[in-house]
Design a protein around this ligand. Structure first.
Ligand code: SF4
Ligand code: SF4
Length: 177
């Protein structure tokens, strides 16, 4: 990755570092309620990401590694899921770094919170015991990512993307390099 890419994507990589630290802390707290393991991949669906995330991953991976690693699968599975493993694990998107953990969102309909977690985890955990201290603050994470992307798209390729555009991860393979 060249120096200009490093500077352009620095806020995104910084957020990713914060997310990894939070994931590690929550994994320690909830270890006995997590069934996540190598080869378990129900959470790996085809997703779209903001341009900043798409191009930061692209810059990090490089052309050759992407075309070598990704294999065609069906439309629902992530194209980077290879033999039940993530082929781009170290560069995987933010949402993938929260897989399996309890995610807390503010409900769109009212002032209540909504919790989301994999059905394979927390099977014997009382959901009422979740609170702001032992869950992922998804609204805070998403608003930081939104702002980082907003700052990025303003200066990227003469405004090619709007702040709400998303790009399918699969396009890392299909768009020209
Ligand atoms: S990028 Fe990796 S972790 Fe994320 S959905 Fe695809 S295979 Fe799973
Ligand atoms: S989040 Fe669920 S599907 Fe994904 S690895 Fe963990 S237990 Fe398996």
């Amino acid at each position: 990755m060249n120096e200009s890419d490093k500077a352009a994507f620095a806020p995104y990589y910084q957020l990713r570092t914060e997310i990894d630290a939070l994931s590690e802390s929550l994994e320690k707290q909830h270890q006995k309620h997590l069934n996540c393991k190598k080869g378990c991949d129900l959470c790996c669906m085809a997703i779209s990401v903001f341009p900043v995330e798409f191009y930061a991953i692209k810059a990090e991976l490089g052309i050759k590694s992407i075309s070598e690693l990704a294999i065609p699968q069906n439309d629902e599975d992530c194209r980077f899921l290879v033999d039940h493993n993530c082929a781009i694990y170290h560069s995987r998107p933010v949402i993938c770094r929260t897989h399996g953990l309890p995610l807390l969102y503010m409900s769109l309909d009212d002032d209540e919170y909504e919790l989301s977690c994999c059905e394979l985890n927390f099977t014997d955990f009382d959901l009422d015991d979740f609170d702001e201290e032992n869950t992922y603050p998804m609204d805070r994470i998403n608003s930081k990512l939104f702002q980082i992307n907003k700052d990025f798209v303003v200066g990227f390729e003469n405004g090619r993307y709007s702040e709400t555009d998303r790009i399918p991860m699969a396009e890392l393979i299909t768009t020209g390099f």
